[in-house]
Design a binder for this molecule. Structure first.
Ligand code: PMP
Length: 645
């Protein structure tokens, strides 16, 4: 087998300066070269930092007898919630190595931002040892052993590339530690590597979007060996064995394979992030029985109160009588009953589109639609607060996902510009599930038209809630043009379960043929279909339910405001932001004792430090009970805050 070193370096002209965009290197078998070169080229041309206008690829044959094989450093992860915590951790590792001038070293670390190579620093004298301070020293000619002879994905794997580099660096004479932070604005995990601790990932070394990044090698030893050290870093060809594919690779505990999961749960408990189910003994009406106690329910997605509607229940029962309890197969085998097709026609008619397709849940709809549309080479532009099912759809797709700041049209346009022209899809919640605010769809549609990309909205919390007659976000903004994909769920206003997409016949045909969550799962049962169908017909017949829901939400928010709590909403979701996870948990627990059931929402559902109480209003609440409970909520929050001081 002939072996080659492949190196790519990409930059772009920014005014008079050439700005580094991306760099990578591999050690490869000859037959892997074409595909890997193409992958690296794609990386250079579609990079978050901008499109490269200069790409240099260098290919050199390697004398296999000169290849050195070394083992990867052991890997562990140190989670931190802020860059300051990350820095403190680095200082503590340095202390443990007997290095007491950590703060001064970290000051030097800042000088490495923007350097192409790394700084080589004498830990004791703090002298810089690399001959060219602007270039730094470059650890190069290395790769993971297992990627040789196998066609690995050409995309960036920060994790593996970093382990390879750190393992080589720590093998160099007299290097005792390496500190590194990527300059990729979308990658905030950094690391410190030492022979003693191995490679320790630090989960937050900088804020998302920050372009700073750099690398420092700490040297302790005979100055006469500096040249040999640099020679090793820059010239020795190295293959690193046993590089784990993912960070989880480090957490293998031979004595008990369960220990790692136990630790994760323990960690969640400690951080007030542990979750449990709550058992409800009655129907999802405004008043429920939970923990043997009557509670006012302020947390249900049953926005229009149709779950407990006699006609909806009767329709479900009748469907069971006629079709039985299950659908018996996937949609493309035996799972398409007359009522499945009928509900698809009704949904398309309600949303004013050519066609519709059902999925088994809203979650499965998002995962199926987005992974099907996100073909290789395409770009998905996704709002940072989109629902988890959208995020998972992006992860399952072959597209590159580009996150834009929440409802920030300027940021979205910047990102569209960066990738234009592209096969693209902008995807957003219509009503954001944890904040209750509404996506700026008019602007999104304008941008999509300008940049010729597709649009998709998730109307889980919009259908039956916004728009005069509950038709959702298009009606809310009175738009003439509809997004290409109107996704929604049957599980909220429509009182059942299931998800759907409405759009052109082409879209629906495409999804029926490619969306894996549609194709490979038994279709919805007759009762669920019939209930949703009936709920939809009631929504069309009685649009006043939507008005009632809107009035109720306004009354609840007004009452909260009158009692000193900052809350407002254009939908049926009212977030009461508290920040602290513990405060949110304690307030929710006390409210439950007082007979008010609402959810405390914490990380990872929302960002750390943005914990909140989330109230969901129903059309079937009475204004009086909403006003009363708003007063109680305000009292409990004030008291809990005081008790935590
Ligand atoms: N999208 C959004 C915005 C949601 O809030 C939810 C459910 N919470 C879903 C999708 C998933 O829908 P389902 O519960 O029907 O799976």
């Amino acid at each position: 087998m002939s072996v080659y070193s492949l190196k790519m370096r990409a930059s772009r002209q920014n005014g008079l300066q050439a700005e580094h965009v991306s760099g990578a290197e591999k050690i490869l078998a000859e037959e892997e070269l074409p595909e890997q070169m193409q992958g690296l080229l794609e990386r250079a041309l579609h990079h978050a930092k901008g499109k490269a206008d200069f790409v240099n690829m260098k290919i050199e044959a390697i004398d296999q007898s000169k290849l050195q094989y070394i083992d990867a450093l052991p890997v562990s992860t140190h989670p931190v919630s802020s860059p300051a915590e990350g820095r403190d951790f680095i200082l503590s590792v340095l202390e443990a190595l007997g290095i007491h001038n950590g703060p001064a070293i970290m000051e030097h670390f800042k000088d490495t931002y923007g350097m192409r190579g790394a700084m080589l620093l004498d830990v004791d004298t703090l002298e810089r040892l690399e001959p060219d301070h602007s270039r730094g020293i470059r650890a190069t000619y290395m790769d993971a052993e297992h990627s040789l002879g196998r066609t690995a994905a050409a995309g960036k794997n920060h994790f593996q590339e970093a382990i390879v580099l750190a393992s080589k660096v720590l093998h160099a004479p007299h290097i005792i530690a390496e500190i590194c932070m990527s300059d990729d604005p979308d990658y905030i995990t950094g690391y410190i590597a030492t022979r003693k601790t191995g490679y320790v990932r630090i989960t937050k070394m900088k804020e998302m979007g920050c372009p700073d990044g750099g690398r420092i090698f700490l040297y302790r030893g005979d100055r006469n060996d500096v040249a040999a050290c640099m020679d090793y870093l820059e010239k020795q060809r190295v293959l690193v064995r046993h590089v784990p594919l993912t960070p989880a690779g480090d957490e293998v505990n031979i004595t008990s394979p369960w220990a790692v999961y136990e630790k994760i749960l323990q960690d969640k408990r400690q951080k007030h992030l542990y979750r449990e189910t709550q058992e409800i003994a009655t129907v999802q009406a405004p008043h429920i029985i939970c923990r043997q106690k009557e509670q006012l329910l302020l947390a249900s997605n049953n926005y229009l109160g149709l779950i407990d509607h006699d006609e909806v229940k009767a329709a479900a029962v009748a469907a069971v009588q006629k079709y039985g309890t299950g659908s018996g197969g996937a949609r493309l085998t035996t799972g398409t009953l007359t009522i499945h097709n009928e509900l698809e026609r009704q949904l398309a008619d309600f949303k004013g589109t050519e066609a519709a397709i059902l999925f088994n849940t809203g979650y499965m709809a998002n995962v199926g639609i987005i992974s099907a549309l996100g073909i290789k080479g395409s770009i998905i532009f996704s709002d940072e607060r989109n629902h988890a099912s959208i995020i998972d759809g992006c992860r399952l797709s072959h597209a590159k996902t580009v996150i834009y700041r929440h409802n920030d049209m300027h940021d979205l346009e910047e990102k569209l510009k960066l990738y234009a022209p592209c096969q693209g899809l902008i995807v957003t919640d219509a009503v954001f599930s944890m904040d209750g605010d509404i996506a700026d769809l008019p602007q999104i549609m304008e941008l999509a038209a300008r940049y010729k990309v597709l649009t998709m909205v998730d109307e889980a919390h919009a259908t039956g809630v916004i728009g005069e007659t509950g038709r959702g976000i298009v009606e809310h903004f009175a738009l003439k043009q509809k997004p290409d994909v109107l996704m929604g769920t049957l599980s909220k206003s429509l009182a059942s379960e299931g998800g759907y997409a409405c759009g052109s016949q082409l879209l629906i045909d495409y999804l029926r043929n490619t969306a894996r969550s549609y194709i490979f799962s038994t279709s919805l049962c007759p009762a669920a279909i019939a209930a949703a169908d009936k709920a939809l017909s009631i929504l069309r017949r009685e649009p006043e339910r939507v008005r009632k829901l809107r009035d109720n939400t306004a009354a609840f928010c007004e009452s909260l405001q009158r009692n000193g709590i900052d809350a407002s909403s254009e939908s049926a979701i009212v977030p009461i932001i508290l920040g602290d996870e513990k405060l949110a948990m304690m307030a929710a627990a006390e409210l439950q004792q007082k007979g008010i059931f609402l959810s405390a929402i914490r990380y990872p559902t929302v960002a750390k430090g943005e914990a909140r109480l989330r109230a969901a209003i129903m059309a079937t609440h009475s204004k009086e009970e909403l006003r009363d409970c708003a007063r109680t909520i305000a009292e409990v929050i004030t008291r809990t805050k005081l008790s935590l001081r």
